[in-house]
Design a protein around this ligand. Structure first.
Ligand SMILES: [Zn+2]
Length: 246
């Protein structure tokens, strides 16, 4: 079968002498893997160098018993030049790509996550506060991919939120003082941080972007979100170096 798609390059590696295997996150078919034959010998064969986080128009042939497809056309549509000019922006983009690659199952369409990644990359070209943007991205991808944190009340006893709640990595939600005693990994979370999480989760991208995060709240979100993501993905994201270097 021949398929067309718009896809963001998540990762690439060299294959045999002249080819490349590329993982794309596509708008139409989710995460796919394709081989671009001969691209290293004859780069002009394709209208793209398949650089990480570039957006491309693809044509590819699917195989019935193999998830490695044959890409026949790949034309660049967005390059995000301003991200590439700056190391911190490039690292933040790499982190987002790794997160999408780790969270999203193969060949499962998710238009919300696709649009989120496009919005993130577009904003990342010029935004001043990169850390805040990364937090908004983390919160949004969690809620669009089935890991939405439970923030309405205590996840165990349903008691209302009180000033001293913790966030449980294991249960993905808030715990009250009666319930957090047995959860060693749970982290303290302030009301301000809970309110910020809820605001970002429940509003659209544009509105979420307008939310200001104070330094203490950013610090808390960094700990809670990074630990929660690591716990659920059961591995460390390599480009997390970006996050710890902040
Ligand atoms: Zn409780």
């Amino acid at each position: 079968m021949i398929l067309k798609a718009e896809g963001i390059v998540l990762k690439t590696f060299n294959f045999r002498e002249t080819s490349c295997i590329v993982t794309f996150f596509t708008k139409e078919h989710g995460k796919i893997k394709g081989v671009l034959k001969g691209i290293r010998k004859d780069p002009k064969k394709f209208g793209s160098h398949v650089d990480k986080f570039s957006v491309n128009q693809l044509v590819y042939y699917t195989h019935r018993n193999n998830d490695l497809h044959l890409v026949s056309h790949c034309d660049l549509t967005s390059f995000f030049f301003l991200i590439r000019k700056n190391l911190r922006r490039t690292l933040a983009a790499s982190y987002a790509l790794e997160l999408v690659d780790s969270i999203m199952p193969t060949e499962e369409k998710n238009i919300k996550v696709y649009q989120l990644l496009i919005n993130f990359l577009t904003e990342l070209e010029e935004i001043k506060d990169i850390n805040r943007l990364v937090h908004i991205f983390q919160i949004k991808i969690l809620s669009h991919s089935g890991f939405k944190p439970f923030l309405d009340s205590c996840v165990v006893c349903q008691k209302h939120i009180v000033p001293s709640m913790k966030f449980s990595m294991k249960l993905g939600g808030l715990l009250c003082p009666d319930c957090f005693a047995n959860d060693r990994d749970a982290r303290i979370i302030s009301r301000g941080a809970i309110a910020s999480l809820t605001h970002i989760e429940s509003n659209d991208w544009k509105k979420a972007l307008r939310l200001k995060l104070t330094q203490p709240v950013q610090k808390e979100l960094k700990v809670v979100l990074n630990n929660f993501l690591v716990f659920h993905l059961e591995k460390h994201i390599k480009s997390e170096k970006y996050l710890s270097a902040r």
